[in-house]
Ligand binder design. Structure first.
Ligand SMILES: [Zn+2]
Ligand SMILES: [Zn+2]
Length: 183
């Protein structure tokens, strides 16, 4: 494992949140409605307080472009962004133990708004990434016409594509090209 389990989960969750936003003109927004947010929250097993209203949805949607920038800036820029996210949320790291989890970090209380908790969880994970000088793990999918945020957590730094089928499409295209040149 490259990072702690909760860090890796938070990074994958942040990428998934970023990728709900439409990146191309033909793309749809996967967080368009309150129902979409319910689905996302259930899928990523977010606990804690919820408002279940439009303001909550808008706050989460507004977080997406801020997190997206982590995939495009250099390490100094990422550090500044992370500090800004933590300061905005008045994050206060505390060791907690609950359920089946052993001691781990929370930097927001469970009653903090969902978007705040999402921002701080992503920022705290990025603290680990930046301290380890591993920002290069955050990539954009190498697929044609795909701009999905990718987190490469592989040992040999080999992940180039998102999980949306781009690797498959690239392999098929390469195969067709080979066949075309060899007749
Ligand atoms: Zn916890
Ligand atoms: Zn892709």
């Amino acid at each position: 494992m490259l990072f702690a389990h909760d860090t890796e989960l938070a990074l994958r969750g942040a990428a998934a949140l970023v990728n709900t936003a439409p990146t191309l003109p033909t793309d749809t927004d996967d967080l368009a409605t309150v129902e979409d947010l319910e689905r996302f929250v259930a899928e990523w097993e977010w606990t804690g307080s919820r408002a279940h209203d439009h303001a909550e949805l808008e706050a989460v949607r507004a977080l997406r472009p801020r997190l997206r920038r982590l995939w495009t800036v250099d390490t100094d820029g990422a550090a500044a962004l992370v500090n800004e996210l933590l300061a905005d949320a008045r994050a206060l790291p505390q060791l907690v133990r609950h359920g089946e989890w052993t001691w781990h970090l929370h930097a927001t209380p469970p009653e903090a708004p969902l978007a705040t908790r999402m921002a701080v969880e992503a920022a705290m994970a990025m603290v680990d990434v930046i301290r380890a000088d591993e920002l290069g793990r955050l990539r954009t999918c190498a697929g044609d016409d795909c701009e999905d945020a990718v987190v490469d957590l592989s040992k040999n730094r080999s992940k180039r594509y998102c999980d949306g089928g781009c690797a498959n499409r690239a392999h098929v295209a390469a195969y067709r090209r080979r066949r075309a040149t060899t007749g």
